[in-house]
Write a protein of this length. Structure first.
Length: 725
């Protein structure tokens, strides 16, 4: 008997079915059966299902002679299911990696509840992933399992069958089945949640709900949408037979009214000729099932009035008036913005004719993390304090200490861009910025050399200028990297091969700094902190960690803590994982590097910065990794084995790590920013600080390295001890 029976109905989804089935069969938790139901599909769904059944014994094909609809197809799959728990998945959706393991763990933790509710995210063709807006209702705080009356807010979560796991004995004992027709999830999910004695939640995105432009039932205009009326009749008939559920009538009534108003108001649901008839039936249901309930909100009152009185003409008029009002406001706002933009352009042209401020510098950071521009601003304060600095700060972005914040697009910002002598950025300043005679443009680029697998290249990590800018200088961390400004500049600019300014802090930090940072991050004393930094892939669908963080933390145990830095990727895993700290929003990558004891990555550019610390690096690469600076793990089990066995700090990796530092960190000695400031701002290209050789650098050791270091012994005196007199 398997732990899970995953039931997948398929009808005209041949373009998505393979991805759906793969997402189930590739789960790290393999104790499952996959019941794939060919619902009389006229396309190749049946053939695809048979091919998978021939390759994997866990796949049980089921072919229906004619199309019966989603509900009956699920019933057919349930009839042959043998798993402890049932899960449903539509043929065009997918499970996220490690979902079944997370579901199994949560079921065990909560004592095998009747129903486990988990989260989902909508996915779009352009790569966007939007998590459920009601995700907060799935928080795992408080006692579990529980009854619905203790957390009635679960009824606000999308009422579908595929965001839950159901104990099969509970389903069979309650004789729960799906009805035919559209909206079959309604008379299934309400009875399931209301009658369940034990419910638990899992605060984790487990399903990717594909948003299709065409082919979806809900986007098909037809009279089949009248089925929603029949489905709510079934729900209230179920409650009529169980008096103990009468307390849920007000909630069901409000959900019914909201659902009817949504179906009526969507232009892609009902044919125009059928709308009056639909509203007449909805009005009859309103009168039949109405019960005393709390006063609805203002918007809900409009929907209640629509269904209660059948005022479809009045409702359409209100919608038209509202649309006209929104359009009028939008046009007025567009006109105001256009006038403001014209005024700012005129202001900028006037400022370009005013004298240049020789001792002013403006910094901009397109990445929002400070990086090289912030390090150069700090170096200016130390080595050229007479130069005043300003920082173009976007909303929510902090400024380095000592810099004057400028709001992007403000008159003060345009004045600074027009009259400051030095303009420093790792991207672009703003469209329309011109370089006037005497100004010096410095582009940091935040570049990184690249040796990682395809799909994780620097195009996804480096902010490139959108249009060629008249850069005077471009930074390069070493002879192995050509800066973006040099590649995009029509005329050659001067390349400053002085190292990465952002890494100066890694060489100047002290043990006290490491202790302070670990305390601020909440890293328990005596634990090994692993900084997990997955590369940001070019395609948004791959922008998520590929390791099972829950399993990683569980297998490593309390001796380790994992710091997860996923960059700008959406964080879709459950936040409250013991032993895992999500530091994706932390503003300083350098501080995370200093606080950690080892780096775990699949090739992120952060690896080239981290190498300067001379700390262990473990590369997680399924296809291998050439010239790796440390141990290479080709799978999740190998990653766990490296850390559990202690091989992550094997002294044998010191040689490859030293070669990597020599190749990619030759100039990162802690004085890169000083060399740039002296060359560009102070005009002293000669007599710059000498580069400290790699072998002579002594970066601060990690907390774990200091704890494992042998104690310093004081030699015994050779002669008799005296009191010094």
């Amino acid at each position: 008997m398997p732990r899970f029976s995953v039931i997948v109905p398929a009808y005209e989804v041949q373009a998505y079915l393979s991805e759906c089935l793969d997402s189930v069969l590739s789960q790290s938790y393999a104790d499952l059966e996959l019941i794939a139901v060919d619902d009389g599909s006229p396309d190749a769904c049946g053939t695809i299902i048979d091919e998978y059944a021939g390759r994997d014994a866990r796949v049980r094909p089921l072919h229906l002679t004619a199309n019966q609809g989603l509900g009956p197809a699920r019933n057919a799959g349930m009839a042959g299911a043998t798993g402890d728990y049932l899960l449903f998945l539509d043929g065009d959706d997918t499970l996220t990696p490690h979902t079944l393991r997370a579901v199994a763990d949560r079921i065990s933790q909560t004592g095998d509840p009747d129903v486990l509710v988990f989260d989902y995210a909508r996915t779009y063709g352009d790569g966007r992933e939007v998590r459920n807006r009601e995700a907060a209702r799935l928080a795992e705080r408080g006692p579990a399992p529980f009854r619905l009356v203790e957390r009635p807010g679960l009824l606000r979560v999308l009422m579908v069958a595929w965001n839950k796991a159901y104990r099969r004995d509970f389903v069979e004992h309650g004789e729960l089945v799906f009805p035919p027709g559209y909206y079959e999830d309604t008379p299934w999910t309400f009875p399931v949640l209301m009658s369940a004695d034990t419910i638990a939640t899992l605060d984790r995105v487990c399903v990717h709900y594909r948003q299709r432009h065409t082919g979806s039932i809900l986007r098909t205009t037809s009279d089949r949408h009248f089925d929603v009326l029949d489905q709510y009749e079934r729900v209230f008939a179920y409650v009529d037979t169980r008096p103990e559920l009468d307390c849920w009538r007000p909630e069901l009534f409000n959900k019914m009214v909201e659902h009817y108003a949504t179906v009526f108001s969507r232009p892609d649901r009902l044919p125009r000729r059928s709308r009056p008839r639909f509203l007449r039936r909805a009005r009859a249901h309103y009168r039949r099932y109405r019960v005393p309930a709390p006063r609805p909100s203002r918007r809900a009152r409009v929907r209640h009035a629509l269904v209660r009185f059948g005022l479809h003409r009045t409702y359409r008029t209100l919608l038209l008036v509202s649309a006209v009002r929104r359009r009028t406001r939008a046009c007025a706002a567009d006109r105001v913005r256009a006038l403001r933009a014209a005024a700012l352009r005129l202001h900028y042209r006037v400022q370009l004719r005013l004298p240049l401020r020789e001792d002013d510098a403006v910094f901009a950071d397109s990445g929002g993390t400070g990086g090289d521009p912030a390090a150069l601003a700090e170096a200016l304060h130390r080595h050229a304090p007479h130069i005043r600095t300003a920082w173009i700060a976007h909303p929510g972005q902090s400024c380095p200490g000592g810099t004057r914040p400028l709001r992007p697009g403000s008159a003060a910002c345009w004045s600074a861009l027009a009259r400051s002598k030095y303009l420093i950025s790792n991207g672009v300043f703003a469209p329309g910025v011109r370089k006037r005679p005497g100004q010096v443009f410095l582009q940091t680029g935040d570049t990184a050399p690249w040796t990682a697998p395809p799909g994780t290249g620097p195009a996804s990590e480096t902010r490139r200028p959108h249009t060629p800018a008249p850069w005077d200088y471009a930074l390069s961390p070493g002879p192995h990297t050509a800066p973006p400004a040099e590649r995009t500049q029509p005329d050659p600019c001067t390349t400053l091969v002085y190292g990465r300014p952002r890494n100066d802090v890694l060489q100047r930090a002290t043990p006290a700094d490491v202790t302070r940072l670990r305390t601020a991050l909440g890293i328990p004393e005596g634990t090994v902190a692993i900084l997990y930094a997955p590369a940001r892939r070019d395609h948004p669908f791959t922008r998520r960690p590929v390791l099972d963080l829950e399993r990683l933390a569980r297998e490593l145990g309390p001796r380790f803590v994992v710091l997860v830095r996923a960059g700008r990727a959406p964080v879709l895993w459950r936040r409250e994982i013991p032993g895992v700290l999500d530091v994706s929003a932390h503003p300083s990558a350098a501080e995370l590097c200093l606080a950690s004891d080892a780096l775990l990555t699949d090739g992120a550019p952060l690896m080239f910065d981290y190498a300067g610390l001379d700390r262990p690096i473990v590369v997680h690469a399924g296809d291998g990794f050439p010239d790796a600076p440390g141990e290479v793990a080709r799978g999740e089990d190998e990653v766990i084995g490296l850390f559990v066995s202690g091989r992550w700090r094997d002294p044998g990796a010191a040689g490859p790590r030293a070669a990597f530092r020599e190749r990619f960190c030759p100039l990162d000695d802690g004085r890169a920013a000083e060399r740039i400031v002296r060359h560009v701002m102070l005009g002293r290209a000669d007599g710059l600080p000498e580069v400290i050789p790699v072998v002579d650098r002594r970066p601060v050791p990690s907390a774990a390295a200091r704890a494992l270091a042998p104690p310093v012994t004081v030699p015994e005196p050779s002669g008799p001890v005296t009191d010094g007199r």
